[in-house]
Unconditional design. Structure first.
Length: 155
C-alpha cells in the first residue's frame, strides 16, 4: 500500500467517513506505540504542521497515550514550525499526566515561541501548562507552578 492510500484512509477516519474498526482493518501498519513513535520521528523530520494536527487527532479520540508517546510528543513542544503546542499540553493534562513531562513543560513555557506570541496564544498556552502541571501533581510540578505563579501574584 502506498503513502497516498495510507493518507486517504487516515483522512477518512478523521472526517468520520470510516470508524476506528475500519481504520484498523484497512491500515497496513499495526497501530501501536511503535507505529506512533515512528510517526512522530517522521513528523519531526518533515516539519509538516498539518501532519502534527492529524496525528494528534488519534489521541483526542480513540487511542490512549503511553508515557513513551507523551515523552516523544514533548519534543514537539520545542518546535516553532507547528501550531499544536496547546493541544499537546492538553493531552498531557487530560490523557497522560506523567512526572517526566514536568521539565518539558517548564522549558516550553520559557521558550516563548513566536508562533504563540504572534497569534496571542502565549498566555493561554502558559495557563494550559499550569493546568497540566497541576494534573501531574508532584512536588516538582508544584514547585514549577510556584516559580511562575509568584510573579503573577505580585502584579
Amino acid at each position: 500500500m502506498n503513502e497516498i492510500t495510507k493518507d486517504l484512509i487516515i483522512r477518512k477516519y478523521i472526517s468520520k467517513e470510516i470508524r476506528l474498526e475500519t481504520l484498523v482493518e484497512r491500515y497496513p501498519n499495526k497501530i501501536d506505540d511503535n507505529y506512533f513513535s515512528e510517526e512522530i520521528d517522521t513528523i519531526l523530520l518533515s516539519r509538516n504542521s498539518n501532519e502534527v494536527e492529524y496525528f494528534l487527532y488519534f489521541f483526542f479520540n480513540d487511542f490512549s497515550l503511553s508515557s513513551k508517546i507523551i515523552l516523544k510528543l514533548c519534543q514537539l513542544l520545542f518546535e516553532g514550525w507547528h501550531y499544536s503546542h496547546e493541544d499537546i499540553v492538553l493531552l498531557i493534562q487530560n490523557k497522560c499526566p506523567i512526572p517526566e513531562a514536568v521539565d518539558y513543560l517548564d522549558k516550553a513555557i520559557i521558550m516563548k515561541h513566536q508562533v504563540l506570541i504572534d497569534n496571542w496564544d502565549y498566555e493561554p498556552f502558559v495557563r494550559k501548562c499550569m493546568y497540566a502541571l497541576r494534573a501531574i501533581n508532584t512536588d516538582h510540578s508544584w514547585s514549577v507552578i510556584r516559580k511562575y505563579a509568584a510573579p503573577l501574584v505580585l502584579r
